[in-house]
Structures are given as C-alpha cells and as structure tokens.
Design a binder for this molecule. Structure first.
Ligand SMILES: Cc1ncc(COP(=O)(O)O)c(C=O)c1O
Length: 400
C-alpha cells in the first residue's frame, strides 16, 4: 500500500499541489532503508487526533514508552524527539562536564558523539573488533588500565550496536565496572537485536534508541533514553521538558531542552513497534538472500554475526576485496546508483573525519578497512525482483 493510500482521508481527492508519492514499481528507485508502514498507523493517528491529546504528553507517548520498555527489557523509558536528543540527555544525566573524556567506537554515525562534543567533552575513539564490528573489549580493557594509571578515566564509555549487531556488552561493562566508568549503549541501530538471550543494550547503565525514518521501527522521527535506574530517566524527562520546577509560575534551577516526543509521532511509533519481530525476520531474510546470491563471488564477504546473539541485519553490509573481485566498493556503488539503487559506504570512522582532527584514537586499521571495503545494500521493503536487480548489477561488476 502506498503512502497516499494510507494517509489520504477516505474519499478525499488529493490536492493537485500534493507532491507526487507514486507507487513503487519494479524499476523505481530502490532506497537503502525506507520507512515501511505496518498498516495500523492511520488508525492510531485517528484515535490520537480524536482524543485531543496531540502534545508531547499524555496517553500516546506513555503507551509508546510502555511498548519500548517491553521490547528493550528496560524498566524506565523517556521517549524523546530523536536518538540524538536521547544521547544528549544521557550525557547530561551522567554529569558530563567540559573537558571530560567520552570514549566511543570510531565506527559509528556522528550523532553518537556530537552532543558530547557540543557540551565541551573530549572524544576518544576506539577501533572495533573484526568479529563484531563493535568496540573491541580487549583494546578497551588495556586502554582503561593505562588511563587509570594516568588518572584520566573517561566520564562514560559509549559502545555502539552497529547495523543491528549488538556489541559484546558483558565484556565491555565488566571492564568499565572495574574502573567505575558508566556505560551508555548507543543502540540507535540495535532495536530488536539480542545479546546472550536478552535484548541488546540491557546491562548498560543507559541505552539509546532511534526511531528516525530509516530505522527498523520508525515514528517518522523520535528516540528514547532507557535505563533500569528510575532517577536517571526522571531527570532526563525533567530536562527534556525545559527543566520546569514544581511551582505555579515558571521556575528553573537549570536549563533544559524542548525534546518531548509529540503524541502524533508516538502514535506512529506505537503502531510500528508491534511489527518489530516481523521486520527483524524480513531484514534477516533479505541479508540471507544477498549471501545466497553473491557469496560465491571471489573477494565478497559479509558482516559477521558473533554467536552471542541475533543481529537484526538492520542494514545488509557486504565487503569487497578489489584485488580478488576486480572492482572496488565505490565502483559497485556507482553502478548501483546509475540504476537508481541507493547503497552507502560503511560509516567513515570518526577518527578520520575532519570534524575530529587531532582527537585521540586507540587501535589499528580495522574500522578504516571496513570503510574502505564495505558497502551497505538496500535492506528494507524490497521485492524479490528488486533484490535480484541489485544482485545482478553487483554480479555484473565482477571482473569489470
Ligand atoms: C548509531 C546512531 N546513533 C545515533 C543516531 C541518531 O538518531 P536520530 O537520527 O534519531 O537522532 C543514529 C541514527 O541516525 C545512529 O545510527
């Protein structure tokens, strides 16, 4: 069903100025991770509008928070305007101060660290493990030991659940606990993943989810900060709603943000989250189909899945060794783009980004290698015919 069919009021003619949102066809553009509607969004929206509760408060954000708590296994949830806002609130409630160090994976989206840097913190980037593409716990253990010896431990360590793959959280929290450093897990890409039989992120002091338009569950835009510590989430909620003190007038002991999640978006998120398991199964099936269709080619491999859990395969990621394959990942990306198919290089490591020139980096070339050779393929809502087109174009590049 197309967007317009879902969102146009029954029987209403669409205004001629309405931007065209045409039905996908076998040959239409194929996107990396477009929003996939469940079909119950409109019903939830109608109910929300009919109730009059459309502000960022009331039953709908509460219901969405309860659903996030159930999916993530965390007891306390603050649904907010974005994953970036949730990270910002996380840094605030952990007491991050200018000059504090924040340690995170270099292989991530910039939003993991951006709010910390904007608060005056100093980023330190770590390389990833080749088996999980997430922070290497041994590297972290050695580096924390050295930092403790120098009396400059980080204020927080932020591992990232990359592309739907949980980090090795038990190993990471064990080394951080040893030095009393809290862990905030950036699970923006990790909702639905599991780690040692539990939902990804569980075991961290705080975790963050994103519900932006390209995520496995989308509210159109939105995020959540979650914890088992009620006081941290109460504090985050206070800051997210302009830090208003309990008084008849506007009283502020500190300044906060306008980070609440509107009820309208929460309604969409609530409809979407009900389909989480189905979406995980679909993304995993898409990944397997790529592996079946491309895995025999020389120089082609795929993001691994460590045996500690289930990746959602939020994005299907392949690696191309140009010497064996005969073309590099950029050649593949351009060939796909020419056919109207969106693909993306793996995240450019943050320690290589001009924005963080001069920042400390701990590790080797693993993250950089994944950036050089990794390509994220269209991962959602593909028909078999569309996926065959993607596979066919990549196969045609072999030896080209
Ligand atoms: C790893 C990671 N962290 C943080 C974010 C930020 O989430 P949002 O776009 O909801 O602000 C994203 C997604 O964009 C992400 O992929």
């Amino acid at each position: 069903m197309g967007l317009m069919q879902i969102f146009a009021p029954k029987g209403a003619a669409l205004a001629t100025s309405t931007p065209s949102l045409s039905q996908p066809t076998a040959l239409s553009r194929i996107h990396l991770s477009p929003p996939q509607l469940v079909g119950t969004e409109l019903e939830q929206l109608r109910e929300t509008l009919a109730s009059g509760w459309i502000a960022p408060a009331g039953p709908m954000p509460q219901a969405f928070e309860a659903a996030i708590a159930e999916a993530s296994g965390f007891r306390h949830v603050a649904a907010v305007a974005s994953g970036t806002a949730a990270l910002h609130l996380g840094y605030r409630v952990l007491g991050l101060q200018p000059g504090d160090e924040v340690w995170t994976s270099s292989l991530t989206f910039v939003a993991t660290i951006a709010p910390a840097v904007q608060m005056g913190a100093t980023p330190v980037f770590l390389d990833v493990s080749p088996t999980s593409w997430t922070i290497d716990p041994e590297l972290l253990a050695d580096a924390l030991k050295r930092a403790a010896g120098q009396g400059r431990l980080p204020r927080v360590v932020v591992p990232v659940d990359l592309y739907g793959q949980s980090c090795d959280l038990d190993a990471i929290t064990a080394v951080c606990d040893r030095w009393g450093v809290p862990v905030m897990c950036d699970s923006a890409e990790g909702l639905g993943a599991t780690y040692r039989g539990r939902p990804a992120g569980q075991g961290a002091r705080l975790a963050v989810f994103s519900f932006n338009g390209n995520k496995i569950v989308t509210a159109g835009g939105g995020g959540a900060l979650v914890s088992d510590d009620a006081s941290l989430i109460a504090r985050a909620r206070h800051l997210a709603t302009q830090a208003k003190e309990a008084a008849p007038h506007y009283q502020h002991e500190t300044t906060g943000y306008s980070y609440g999640l509107s009820s309208i978006l929460a309604a969409v998120g609530l409809a979407q989250i009900a389909a989480l398991e189905e979406r995980v199964a679909q993304r995993r099936a898409t990944f397997e189909r790529y592996r079946d269709g491309l895995g025999d080619l020389p120089g082609v491999s795929f993001m691994p899945e460590p045996n500690w859990g289930r990746s959602t395969r939020w994005l299907s990621v392949m690696l191309v060794d140009p010497a064996l394959f005969g073309a590099d990942r950029e050649r593949l990306r351009l060939a796909l783009a020419e056919a109207g198919i969106e693909s993306r290089p793996v995240w450019k490591p943050l320690h290589l980004q001009p924005a963080f020139r001069g920042a400390s980096y701990i590790g080797g070339e693993v993250a950089a290698h994944f950036f050089e050779t990794g390509l994220c393929l269209p991962s959602a809502g593909l028909t078999p015919a569309q996926q065959d087109r993607v596979i066919g174009i990549i196969r045609a590049c072999h030896g080209a």
